[in-house]
Design a protein around this ligand. Structure first.
Ligand code: S5P
Length: 454
């Protein structure tokens, strides 16, 4: 069987559909894939198994596995064709009896090739691989029937896994178009929808606002993903550190109310530095009140934040009114919403974080992205996958070494932050308490950039 025929058959049986579908995330998608029903078409299932066997026969592995339920039947056929033993990870947690997660007989330190039907975020394959590893098995290769992701292969390669795919979305579109199964108009819609931007979530539109674009351009121009959090209490220290580090940073983050000698001249000087060293300014005010109050806090008082900060941080807890209060009638300013904080025991659970993303998506004209922290790259990657396309993920709680401080701040490494998909890292004490702040800023910048450009 040729790949073309496989695609047409999938279309025949309704496993590949085009139209308008609402995904679990609430986003709309112009296509929908579900390969579960393949088992009801023995000839298709059998031919598919031969296609897979042909693609993987030269790879190095001792066992074949399929991720239950969808991929298990076809993996069983492949195991038979190649005369390799089959093992798999049980789907349900077992409440009693032997604790083994693996079903089937195996020897430790053997290599398993894992087969799955679809790949989008990579979460399910990575989870499966982790479980096999805890049982003493080795995983280097994944095989999927359809890769519908945006470049997940590169991300998996960073984690040490090779991804092999029978077909991808482009191939499906090409074959269906050639066979007049989809129209030109549908093809364009699918292309627009997937847009080849990083591994972002698919929302159907690009939510990048003007300020987001400026920041992204600056990241490229300065070859830096570093946001310096200069939490010192006097101007002298602040400018001393800034003099040494400004050329390495893309943005300066302030907590203006920490300064004990604040005066309006400070702002004049800060703006001059921002122009001279080409960085943006980010006041980490963490607004968290009703719209009417935050508007006054943002525009008035002694700090007049709106006049000098390109970006501010905002808590979504009060609801949409906070963004309406802050930004109604305001142009040239944007914000980052706190989606998952770095402090231990914070109350931002999964549902809260998802609601923050929904709010930020709706208000994308004044929301450039999210502050997200996670204790490892897998966890961070999961957050990144949920962030609407075009919006950014900034990660605080970053140091060269993971750890905590005395009041529950949690640190993740630069490498984990960037491999988890952070667009920028926010670093404070890692730089300002370093013996040589210039060398430290340079090191954070270079280590992050290397992974970002991968
Ligand atoms: O969840 C968060 C959000 C922010 S903005 N955790 C954080 O630590 N921050 C800020 O990042 C925090 O207010 C501080 O200014 C900086 C981290 O500083 P560090 O010295 O711990 O790197």
């Amino acid at each position: 069987m040729k790949k073309e025929y496989f695609i047409l058959r999938l279309h025949d049986i309704g496993a590949v559909k085009f139209g308008e579908f609402t995904l679990k995330s609430g986003h709309k998608s112009p296509f929908y894939f579900d390969l579960r029903d393949m088992i009801s078409y023995p000839e298709l299932l059998n031919k598919t198994a031969y296609l897979i066997a042909d693609e993987i026969k030269n790879l190095d592995f001792d066992y074949i596995s399929g991720v239950p339920y969808t991929a298990l039947p076809v993996a069983t056929l492949v195991a038979d064709i190649l005369d390799k033993p089959l093992i798999y990870i049980r789907k349900e947690e077992k409440a009693y009896g032997t604790k083994n997660a693996v079903i089937g007989k195996f020897e430790e330190r053997s290599k398993v090739l894992i087969i799955d039907d679809l790949i989008t975020t990579g979460d399910s394959l990575l989870e499966t691989a982790e479980k096999f590893k805890t049982e003493g098995l080795e995983i280097t290769d994944f095989f999927v029937l359809i890769d519908r992701s945006n470049n997940i292969k590169k991300y998996l390669a960073q984690q040490g896994y090779n991804l092999h795919a029978l077909i991808n979305l482009d191939k499906i579109i090409e074959v269906l178009k050639e066979n007049n199964r989809i129209t030109n108009d549908q093809k364009t819609r699918i292309k627009n929808f997937t847009g080849k931007i990083s591994y972002d979530n698919k929302t159907g539109k690009n939510l990048e606002n003007h300020l987001t674009k400026l920041l992204k351009d600056k990241i490229e121009k300065k070859k830096s993903n570093l946001i310096l959090s200069l939490d010192v209490d006097n101007q002298k220290d602040l400018f001393e550190i800034l003099n040494k580090t400004a050329k390495h940073i893309v943005m300066l983050k302030t907590h203006i109310d920490i300064l004990k000698d604040f005066n309006p001249e400070f702002i004049v000087k800060l703006k001059e530095y921002a122009i001279k060293y080409d960085f943006m300014i980010f006041e980490d005010r963490k607004f968290a009140d009703i719209g009417n109050t935050v508007k006054k806090q943002y525009t008035g008082g002694i700090y007049k934040i709106k006049t000098w900060a390109h970006f501010i941080t905002v808590h979504a807890t009060p609801g949409e009114g906070i963004l309406q209060g802050l930004f109604n009638g305001v142009t040239g300013r944007s914000s980052f919403l706190l989606a998952k904080m770095s402090s231990k025991g914070n109350l931002m659970n999964e549902t809260y974080t998802r609601n923050v993303f929904n709010m930020g998506e709706k208000y994308h004209e004044v929301v450039s992205g999210y502050i997200c922290h996670a204790n490892g790259k897998e966890e961070l990657r999961k957050l990144k996958n949920k962030i609407p396309k075009g919006q950014l993920m900034l990660m605080p709680g970053v140091k060269l070494k993971a750890g905590t401080d005395a009041t529950g701040q949690q640190y993740t490494t630069v490498e984990d932050a960037m491999q988890g998909g952070a667009d920028c890292i926010i670093v404070g004490r890692g730089i300002i308490e370093a013996e040589n702040s210039e060398a430290a800023a340079k090191e954070y910048k270079e280590r992050a950039w290397k992974i970002y450009k991968g």
